[in-house]
Design a protein around this ligand. Structure first.
Ligand code: KIV
Ligand code: ZN
Length: 390
């Protein structure tokens, strides 16, 4: 079997940030972007520069900071939006402009109040304009899964003719089903992409709890980029969860022979960092990164796991970066325990940094009985240039 490479497009800082309670300050976005780069994502969508001055500055700062990763900025098909995105990306080493417009009749009629022909023109003009600024242009057909397939293919074809390098097929309202979505991806591949060098991307929302299943079905049908977020945050019920996609592909490599650049041991630290930034964690039974994801309560399970973890575990906690020691950190813990926990989470600090963090740790432990990993992540001063522990 040949191995297809899959690109991970992370939109935690854009779609994720759009979810209630998830807005982030500039410094927090920078530290999350650094962690995403460490995690190995291919693309970081850093924001929507036209939306606000803050978003503009965040995209520019992430572009300055992340030199290895493609940094994408979202914009509508409006020329002023596109120009703003290009300005925000001016210092990026690998800039991508991501322009979008809706293609479903319901959006055309009630939201855009445009005809189908007008929307084709707007899509084509936007891609042409964006290509004047950058070589890498992604075009998204919002609400693609509720759009007429013939029309969707026409819009995509116009975008490719103007130089789009990536065609994104969003399931904006989380409506599609895996088999149906795979059929749509095959249609785009056969009728639009054909033998042209264009990436098919998917962007699935989780309104029916199917975002990951739909994304995986799309990969099997020919998509080679998945859009996702850490902890699955995003509009309404969220986006496809990055950690679930990564581990589904890793654990079921027998059925999904895909390669990617993700460092799996950075999944848990990424999840913890995001939780500390947005101020809430994932539900305890969340796959891969939830507190109970590797916990065994029932006696029969405990016996099985003690005899051989493979009885009830399809992956190890260590493989996703969950620290394996169960030292409980609290107000009586010393610096060594703290340093060792941070090392397990992938961080090391010099003496001065650890002194500062330890002072904050003790103050927190005086107020809070249990100190979780996400609390530790929150104690790291954002401007400390954190290094990955060996
Ligand atoms: O859900 C969606 O359709 C989007 C697009 C902007 C890609 O987030
Ligand atoms: Zn979305």
């Amino acid at each position: 079997m040949t191995t297809q490479n899959i690109a991970f497009f992370d939109t935690t800082l854009r779609d994720g940030e759009q979810s209630p309670g998830c807005s982030m300050y500039l410094e927090e976005k920078i530290s999350m972007a650094r962690q995403l780069e460490r995690l190995g994502v291919d693309v970081i969508e850093a924001g929507f520069p036209f939306a606000s001055e803050g978003d503009f500055r965040s995209v520019a700062a992430v572009a300055d900071e992340c030199r290895e990763t493609t940094v994408a900025a979202l914009c509508r098909t409006v020329p002023s939006d596109i120009q703003r995105a290009a300005e925000a990306l001016a210092s990026a080493s690998r800039p991508r402009i991501h322009t979008f417009i809706a293609t479903s009749d319901i959006h055309l009629q009630y939201k855009l109040k445009r005809s189908r022909d007008e929307v084709i023109d707007m899509a084509a003009n936007a891609v042409r304009t964006a290509r004047q600024y950058v070589d890498d242009v992604e075009f998204s057909a919002e609400d693609a899964t509720r759009s007429d397939v013939d029309y969707l293919c026409q819009v995509f074809d116009a975008a490719v003719s103007e130089g789009a390098t990536v065609l994104n097929v969003p399931d904006t309202v989380g409506y599609t089903l895996p088999g149906e979505f795979a059929g749509l991806i095959r249609a785009v591949k056969d009728r639009v992409v054909r033998d042209r060098d264009v990436t098919i991307s998917v962007h699935c929302h989780n309104d029916l709890g199917l975002a990951v299943a739909n994304s995986l079905a799309a990969l099997e049908a020919g998509a080679t980029q998945v859009e996702c977020t850490v902890n699955g945050i995003g509009e309404r019920a969220g986006n496809a969860s990055l950690e679930e996609l990564v581990m589904a592909i890793a654990v079921r490599g027998d059925k999904m022979p895909y390669s990617n650049k993700i460092d799996q041991t950075q999944l848990y630290p990424s999840s913890q960092l995001l939780s500390s930034i947005v101020g809430f964690g994932v539900q305890p039974n969340k796959a891969i990164v939830g507190r109970n994801a590797f916990a065994h309560e029932a006696g029969i399970h405990q016996h099985g796991v003690l005899s051989n973890p493979l009885c009830y575990e399809i992956m190890t906690p260590e493989s996703v970066g969950v620290p394996h020691n169960n030292i409980v950190l609290g107000k009586h813990s010393g610096r060594h325990a703290l340093i060792s926990r941070y090392a397990e989470l992938g961080y090391e600090f010099d003496d001065q940094q650890i002194a500062e963090i330890y002072t904050r740790f003790v103050a927190l432990a005086d107020r809070k009985k249990n100190i979780y990993d996400q609390d530790l992540m929150a104690l790291i001063p954002v401007r400390v240039p954190v290094k990955l522990a060996a």
